[in-house]
Write a protein that binds this ligand. Structure first.
Ligand code: ZN
Length: 265
């Protein structure tokens, strides 16, 4: 689809954007080759949630994503869960990260930790907090950290019609299949096994109405994904996240250049 060009991290202009662009909110391009016009910043904390690593300023998103996070946090509170911890969303104008995430570029991706906050944490604490892994990579199973609260949060997250898919490590998908596949709820298929994602899950939303240049991802196979597909993942070696490396710079839609140059969209 796009050609990839390797660019040194230092020359990534997206990482230096500190304010959202003017113009109405639009997710432009693909999840892994795009940018975000008219981003909104999620407040650092609110009912049922707290933002992680506020220092990194990766708390921008399309307004649809902001509303999704607020709604999920309120529902989680209603279900009696502790505060949810919101990880990386997008940068102020979206665009590619220098290292780490390949996606999170168009304001429609957000990471949520499986670990909860049991009290109000200071910004300093939230900048330094360590994640909690849910997977035993030797056995390729969940560990004892993954329990009913994580299941409730994942179910709430996936039930929302705005969600296109959610990435989780394969043993986490298996635990959800074991718990819920008997009643075969429609949301279960949205949980997609992937590398990493053992201390957090990654929510991806559908292209919002009004984002005419937003590119949808290819649909995933029919069915709840609890059968042969999951088995094929579990038969591979444990899907540990790869070490962060410098990302190739994707060839972005031309409209993204306008956001960077602050020209009228
Ligand atoms: Zn992510």
């Amino acid at each position: 689809m796009y050609q990839w060009i390797l660019v040194a991290a230092i020359s990534n202009p997206w990482a230096h954007q500190i304010t959202p662009s003017a113009g109405s909110a639009e997710a432009i391009g693909g999840y892994a080759a795009g940018c975000l016009q008219g981003a909104v910043a999620l407040p650092e904390h609110g009912t049922g949630y707290q933002i992680l690593r506020p220092r990194q300023k990766r708390f921008y998103g399309h307004p649809v994503m902001e509303q999704y996070v607020l709604d999920l946090a309120r529902q989680a509170r209603k279900m009696g869960l502790p505060d949810i911890l919101v990880g990386d969303m997008a940068m102020a104008k979206g665009g590619p990260f220098s290292s780490g995430h390949r996606s999170h570029q168009s304001g429609l991706d957000t990471d949520f930790w499986f670990k909860f906050a049991h009290k109000k944490l200071s910004a300093k604490e939230r900048n330094a907090l360590k994640p909690l892994d849910m997977v035993n990579f030797q056995k390729n199973t969940i560990n004892s950290n993954f329990g009913p609260q994580q299941m409730t949060l994942l179910k709430l997250a996936a039930q929302d019609p705005r969600v296109e898919r959610i990435f989780v490590n394969p043993p986490i998908k298996k635990a959800m299949c074991d718990q819920f596949s008997a009643s075969d709820p429609a949301w279960l298929r949205k949980l997609r096994p992937w590398f990493g994602h053992s201390a957090h899950f990654h929510v991806r939303l559908h292209c919002p109405v009004g984002s005419k240049d937003c590119e949808s991802q290819k649909p995933f196979p029919a069915g709840n994904g609890c059968g042969a597909e999951l088995a094929s993942w579990l038969n591979k070696p444990a899907m540990v996240s790869s070490k962060p490396v410098a990302n190739p710079m994707p060839d972005l839609p031309a409209r993204c250049d306008l956001l960077l140059s602050n020209k009228k969209p």
